[in-house]
Design a protein around this ligand. Sequence first.
Ligand code: NAD
Ligand code: TYD
Length: 353
Amino acid sequence: MTLLVTGGAGFIGSNFVHHWLAEHDELLVNLDKLTYAGNLGNLQSLAQDQRHVFVQGDIADTALVAQLLQQYQPRAVLHFAAESHVDRSIHGPLDFIHTNVVGTCQLLESVRAYWAALPADQQQSFRFLHVSTDEVYGSLAPDAPAFTETHPYAPNSPYAASKAASDHLVRAWHHTYGLPVLTTHCSNNYGPYHFPEKLIPLVIHHALSGKPLPVYGDGMQVRDWLFVQDHCRAIDRVLQAGTPGETYNIGGWNEKPNIEVVKTLCSLLDELQPRADGQSYAAQITFVKDRAGHDRRYAIDAGKINDSLGWQPVETFETGLRKTVRWYLDHSDWVSSVTSGAYRQWVDLHYGG
Ligand code: NAD
Ligand code: TYD
């Protein structure tokens, strides 16, 4: 039995690879292009593990994907690979179209050709699990109910629009060709191996480096945070027991305004690694120009996955955030290795030096 994972050197993908190999004894082939967001350092502890096969390549490379499918005969494909950062999608949307839309379509075609040639029983048990986001639903009013699976699509950023397009392709490949697909929509993740361009790891990294902590606009935008290992457990559960053609929202019922998240991070750092001058890290908070088209609020109703598959998060925001800060303090070598020249260029470009 084998799984093919795409994007398994990124944040969520690498956490999933670690989760899977800790919980299951099954070969896992990991196809990742190693863009700026992909890091083999995330997989270092698996270097000697024969159950993990890493292949550097693009999901849009149909010859490579066909060869991997033939060689390893996976029982499922788990599709994490994507361009994932909203701010980068505003600066340059075309990479998002290449990977998230065209790449997903080419992957679907490669998988369909492989799946169509499988014996009937293997066709039936095969799964294509597409990892999507709550951002495809757009922005919620302050008192609106959380997103359910039937909420209309209204993506607002180039990133969200590209993910929405990929969701529609996955849906169509099920409806038209019968490919057994599952789609998950998760809220904002945080945890180990999170690239420090996203809010939580960026704030930890900037705080410890003595740099400003940039909060967009008034800091009152709301995100619904989930510890990444809870997301991995949910994907595992959907893969095992989800119904093909269904979509599942995943979230931790943890809505927080950004400014509250940043202040909580500052308090945790004040406790775990106080500043030399005795001041709080909160002194570094700096309000900066808002993101263009910034979605005001996301919130996930995780009732369906809870009721139908029995999944619920293990971590609260408090326990998960504490684990995350501890992980970054204990892995300063990982942070140094990923915040090299290219990372600094991004920070200069986006935050203006
Ligand atoms: P990430 O940016 O950390 O990792 C993406 C990985 O995909 C990287 O390893 C990168 O090298 C790889 N990749 C990019 N383009 C590729 C290509 N053309 N071919 C092969 N590999 C390629 O992203 P993440 O935060 O781990 O997100 C993983 C998935 O989960 C994405 O599909 C994202 O939309 C979704 N998601 C993320 C969040 C979140 O909070 N981060 C929440 C919900 C859903
Ligand atoms: P981010 O981690 O980029 O995730 P997403 O945009 O996918 O939700 O951002 C989380 C929230 O934090 C979002 O509302 C934007 C905000 N934010 C800041 O205020 N400052 C920052 O420097 C970054 C990167 C994000």
